[in-house]
Design a protein around this ligand. Structure first.
Ligand code: PA5
Length: 466
C-alpha cells in the first residue's frame, strides 16, 4: 500500500534553508529516539515503571491502531472497534442529529475527521443523501452563550420526538470527566433532552470518558449502558484514533478500519525505515533544525484544500500543547490556500525569516473536475483559460507559490497525500503525532501533559467561588 510522501527539496536552499549534511548528522540520534519509543517508553508505560521525571508518559497512542485492528480481526465481538461500530449504528438509527461535547483533544480530532472526510456540506444534506448517518455538531468547546443557544434553537425547532428527524443525542467526551466547559454544556443540553425525550434519556447519550470520573458517574447515574473509554496512557491530543475520534467518525459513516490501517502503515514505516528515508523522523528533524538553528520558530501548516483546515487546527493544538514548554517549541499556524494567499502570504513571502512552510498537498480531487468555461462577451477576460479545470488552476497556484518562495529564499517542505481518504488521513495524523513526540525528545521536552493550562483553570474556579 502506498505511503504519503514528504518532499524536502524546498528546505535545501542557499541562505536560510538547511544543508543536507546538517540533516544527515542527526540520523543516529533520530534512530535512537525512535528505538527508545519502542524499547523504553512503551515498555515502561506497560510495566508502570517510568520514573517520576518521565511522567506523564502518554505513549500508548503509538501502537493503539495496531492493537485496535488486531483485536478486531482476532476477537471481533470483544473488540473496542466492534463496540464503536455497534453504538454508532444504534445511535444513527435512533436520531438524526448528534452533538459531540468536548474541548481540546476531546473534540479537535473528531472535527478534523469530519471536515476532511465528509461532504463539505454534510449537515445540510437530507438524511437519504447522508446515507442515514446523523448530522454532527460540536459544542462544549467554549463558554459562549450565543453559540450554545443557537445550537439549542436548531435542536428544539422540531418537537415531534416520535419522528427520527426531530430526535437528537449527545456524545459527551472528556478524559478527565471534569472539564468545566464540557460539563456546563452537558448539563444544559441534558435538561433540554429530558424535556423532549421524557424520563428515559439514557438511550440518547453515549459518554466517552475515563473510568470513575465525574462524567462517568453522572452518566451511570442516568442509566447510560454504553460507555466508551479513553484508553489509559493516551493523552487528549493524541486520542483521535481512540473512541474519541472513532465514534464521531463512525457516526458519520467514515471507514474507521481504513483510517486505522493507514495509521498502522505509518507505524510500520516509522519502525522499519532508516532515518534518512523515514518521513516521520525527517519531518521532525527538519522542523527541529529550522527552529533551533535557523530561528524559524513559526511552523506554518499550509493546507491546499478547505477540507484540511481542521486537521491544521488539530495540529496547532498538538504542536502547541506538546512542545510549548520551558520557553521552547515552534509556534504553529494553519493557513488554507489559496484563500490565505490573500491574507497571510504577504508576510510569509517578505516578513521576518522566522517561518518554515509545510505545504499539505491533497493530490487527486474527489469529484469531477469543473471547467472554467467560455463566456460570450469575455468581460472577465477568462476566455484564454476557458478550457482549464479548477484543479489545473490550483496546480498553477501551487507551483507559483513554490517558485515565489524559492525566489525569496523561504524554506518550504511538502506532505503529499496523493488523495484525501481515510487511509491517507490515518497516515497523516499518525505521522504528525509520532513526529511531535520525536521533536519533543530532540528538544529534551516531555511532549505529554500540559501543566501550563492548569493556571487558568485554577483561577477560573476561584473566580467562580469554587
Ligand atoms: O490534549 C489534552 O490533553 C487537552 O487538550 C485535553 O484534551 C482537554 O483539556 C480536554 O480535557 P478532557 O478530555 O479531560 O475534558
Amino acid at each position: 500500500m502506498s505511503l504519503i510522501e514528504l518532499a524536502t527539496d524546498g528546505v535545501f536552499i542557499p541562505q536560510r534553508g538547511l544543508q543536507k549534511e546538517e540533516l544527515s548528522a542527526l540520523d543516529g540520534r533520530l534512530a535512537e529516539i525512535r528505538d527508545s519509543i519502542y524499547e523504553r517508553d512503551l515498555s515502561e508505560f506497560a510495566a508502570g515503571t517510568a520514573s517520576d521525571e518521565r511522567l506523564p508518559l502518554d505513549t500508548a497512542f503509538v501502537d493503539l491502531p495496531d492493537r485496535l485492528l488486531h483485536t478486531y480481526k482476532s476477537d471481533r465481538d470483544q473488540s473496542v472497534l466492534n463496540d464503536v461500530l455497534v453504538v454508532a449504528r444504534r445511535l444513527s438509527e435512533l436520531v438524526d442529529r448528534v452533538v459531540v461535547l468536548g474541548i481540546g483533544g476531546s473534540y479537535m480530532g473528531a472535527r478534523a475527521l469530519m471536515e476532511s472526510l465528509c461532504h463539505p456540506y454534510f449537515n445540510e444534506l437530507s438524511r437519504g443523501q447522508r446515507g442515514g448517518y446523523p448530522r454532527l455538531y460540536f459544542e462544549g468547546n467554549n463558554v459562549d452563550n450565543d453559540a450554545l443557544q443557537g445550537l439549542l434553537d436548531l435542536l428544539l425547532q422540531g418537537n415531534e420526538w416520535q419522528h427520527v428527524e426531530d430526535r437528537w443525542g449527545i456524545v459527551p467526551i472528556s478524559k478527565s470527566g471534569g472539564t468545566t466547559e464540557t460539563a456546563v454544556a452537558f448539563r444544559i443540553m441534558l435538561a433540554k433532552l429530558r424535556e423532549l425525550a421524557g424520563g428515559t434519556v439514557s438511550d440518547y447519550i453515549v459518554p466517552i470518558t475515563g473510568a470513575d470520573g465525574r462524567l462517568d458517574q453522572m452518566t451511570k447515574g442516568l442509566g447510560c449502558g454504553e460507555m466508551l473509554e479513553v484508553p489509559d496512557g493516551v493523552g487528549g491530543r493524541f486520542s483521535v484514533l481512540s473512541a474519541v475520534g472513532l465514534l464521531p467518525a463512525a457516526l458519520l459513516g467514515i471507514d474507521i478500519v481504513r483510517l486505522l490501517e493507514g495509521a498502522k502503515a505509518m507505524n510500520e514505516h516509522f519502525r522499519q525505515a532508516a532515518a534518512a528515508e523515514n518521513i516521520v523522523l525527517q519531518f521532525a528533524a527538519i522542523g527541529h533544525l529550522m527552529d533551533v538553528k535557523r530561528n524559524a520558530n513559526i511552523r506554518v501548516l499550509s493546507v491546499w484544500s478547505k477540507s484540511l483546515e481542521a486537521i491544521g487546527l488539530w495540529y496547532d493544538q498538538l504542536l502547541a500543547e506538546s512542545l510549548g514548554k520551558n520557553q521552547l517549541g515552534a509556534t504553529p499556524i494553519t493557513t488554507v490556500n489559496t484563500r490565505d494567499l490573500h491574507s497571510r502570504a504577504q508576510q510569509h513571502q517578505q516578513g521576518c525569516y522566522d517561518k518554515l512552510i509545510v505545504n499539505v498537498l491533497p493530490g487527486r480531487h474527489r469529484t469531477d473536475a469543473l471547467t472554467v468555461g467560455h463566456h460570450e462577451k469575455n468581460e472577465d477576460r477568462l476566455n484564454d483559460i476557458a478550457d482549464k479545470t479548477v484543479p489545473e488552476v490550483l496546480d498553477a497556484a501551487i507551483l507559483g507559490v513554490d517558485q515565489a518562495l524559492r525566489g525569496d529564499d523561504r524554506p518550504a517542505i511538502g506532505i503529499e497525500l496523493g488523495e484525501i481518504n481515510p487511509y491517507t488521513v490515518g497516515q497523516l495524523l499518525q505521522m504528525l503525532m509520532l513526529a511531535t513526540v520525536v521533536e519533543g525528545r530532540l528538544l529534551h521536552i516531555n511532549p505529554y501533559g500540559q501543566p501550563g493550562v492548569q493556571a487558568y483553570k485554577t483561577n477560573m474556579d476561584r473566580n467562580l467561588g469554587r
